[in-house]
Design a protein around this ligand. Structure first.
Ligand SMILES: [Fe+2]
Length: 272
């Protein structure tokens, strides 16, 4: 069984997930939005998985950067779900996906500005107070910066400090952003407040042209992102959980298990 590396759980894994000898993750991650209202057969399926593996939550719709009010009715449901399933980590995207009460079905970048730092930090603090736990915010991929007045890394560090929250260190997203916006991902990582890292995401992407990568989570992780992972985890104070994300083009479980075990081997090598 893996000690550090978990996997995003999907309903379509079915019984094979619990029967696959090669696939022994350290934990599973689910979006609370996909399970909050679920009962009957699927709830029983999740119970079987939860009996074997700890559950982490990675949310989709909190929209922490939104100008709209925080949706505490939704958060009440999240809180109940996390209590029922003993959820260890609640991460969300440092982005927004709702505006004027409309769902935009995308994770849009927040302007890198001081007024946005103040706005987002205040919202994170209110969410943390309500849930009684730290929010783990994820560095997202973005395709154009919006009205930036400071660097991305200064923006993220300022929110971590002001909101006193934790960081989901998505190393593939940093690689993708570095490529698309022409900066050195290692330099970005060197400037990031790594003392806040609580959780890591690793994924594959699609290079669609010479100067554009799309963060699809639809391919295996490429070697330069594995290299960046090894570089990054060596800079942390100690081990944190690592998730293998795969949302499209899902291969056989045995193939996913190989990728998971590759990540686990790097973790064991660096952290043991
Ligand atoms: Fe991620």
């Amino acid at each position: 069984m893996a000690e550090f590396v978990g996997i995003g759980y999907r309903k379509d894994f079915g019984n094979a997930f619990l029967e696959c000898a090669e696939m022994q993750p350290a934990f599973i991650e689910v979006a609370p939005e996909n399970w909050i209202e679920v009962g009957g057969y699927w709830k029983n399926e999740l119970r079987k998985v939860a009996d074997k593996y700890p559950i982490f939550n990675h949310g989709l719709s909190l929209s922490i950067g939104s100008p709209d009010p925080v949706d505490f009715d939704f958060l009440e449901k999240v809180k109940r779900f996390q209590s029922e399933w003993d959820v260890k980590i609640y991460s969300e995207h440092l982005s927004y996906s709702k505006c004027d009460n409309a769902h935009l079905y995308d994770l849009l970048p927040i302007p890198f500005r001081q007024d946005a730092v103040d706005h987002v930090s205040e919202r994170i603090q209110r969410v943390q107070d309500f849930l009684g736990r730290k929010l783990v915010i994820e560095i997202v991929s973005y395709y154009t910066p919006v009205a930036a007045e400071m660097s991305e890394v200064d923006f993220i560090n300022a929110i971590l400090d002001k909101a006193d929250c934790e960081l989901l260190f998505d190393i593939n997203n940093i690689y993708v952003n570095g490529f698309n916006h022409n900066y050195d991902p290692k330099g970005f990582i060197d400037s990031l407040d790594l003392s806040r890292v609580k959780y890591i995401h690793m994924a594959g992407h699609d290079k669609v042209s010479d100067d554009l990568i799309i963060d699809t989570h639809g391919q295996p992780i490429i070697d330069p992102v594995f290299d960046l992972f090894e570089y990054s985890i060596g800079k942390l104070n100690g081990p944190v959980p690592v998730l293998l994300e795969r949302d499209f083009n899902i291969p056989e479980l045995t193939e996913l298990a190989q990728e998971l075990n590759h990540l686990e081997a790097i973790c064991q090598n660096v952290w043991k």
